[in-house]
Design a protein around this ligand. Sequence first.
Ligand code: 13P
Ligand code: SF4
Length: 355
Amino acid sequence: MLDLNVATRAENVNEFSRAYVPEGAPQVPDMPLAHLYARVSKHVTPAEWPLIARDVEAIERLKRERNAVVLGHNYQAPEIFNTVADIVGDSLALAREAVTVDADVIVMAGVHFMAETAKLLNPSKTVLMPDMKAGCSLAESITAADIRLLRQRYPGVPVVTYVNTSAEVKAESDYCCTSGNAVKVVRAVAREWGVNRILMLPDEYLAQNVQKEVPELELIAWKGHCEVHERFTPADIRDLRENHPGVVVLAHPECPPEVVAAADYAGSTAGMADYVRDEKPARVVLITECSMADNVAVGHPDIEFVRPCNLCPHMRRITLGNIRRSLETMTHQVEIDPAIADRARLAVERMLAIR
Ligand code: 13P
Ligand code: SF4
């Protein structure tokens, strides 16, 4: 089942995290922030925790002083996702939450394009990126000049770009999409523009996976790939099924189409988390960045997660240490040239208007 159409929502993890203690978690009431330790105890040793807790406490204090929130992507390391992140979700949910968030400062625990999207939607707020080098291979794969050339080559064909792109690229686009709404967006664009050809950029595999859902349309793709998801192969899925009988395979649509075809379900990071919550498979594997399984597993102690590990090196650049420094020094502030921002915002807002 391919589900690229889901209306995803952010879960405010703080509501859960401050109160929720996973079943069987070690009870260590003498530790600082013992209730949070319970959520990360599979990844952090009791000896490591006091130092981590010191950063968590400092970040919580700084958030209050600065009236700041931390938005955390589903791929963030467990010790960030389960502690200081106020709102967590997939790219679509983080973009939606960025519109309504009630704070003066937004810290993006994610990658640069996510921080730019938050800034586009909140020009008057301070958006902080703890490490400006946290990029994305998809965002690197295409430039604004590439889009201008494609428009010359395909006159009149609307351009839908994945949200994993720079603001300059978004400014040259008609619409954005995420993995959570890609099918819905291309169908809406085809309807509104009265066309059946759409440039869908830059993720070749996402475009090919969406193409299968919309055979009535012709999606013209680019050669961009996610360096994490392109490494999965159908042979990996075969091995997983052989070695873990009965395992339910969930894949992100940035994976090659043969991998998605071999999976039981494909959807955004939030789509996969929702699948686990709703279907409660006894044994599951998430074919995506590997911190995601660590984070989803916290809420599902009865489910066995098989965990192949492909880490996103860009997501890993964000640490509790640089989130803390970011709030202490109010760096690095994300700024976008207003001439670019106005056009880029339009593409993101057109996406958000499609329900
Ligand atoms: P989601 O929108 O599914 O969270 O994906 C973002 C991403 O970068 C996947 O690699
Ligand atoms: Fe980019 Fe892939 Fe990392 Fe997502 S996992 S941020 S698409 S490089």
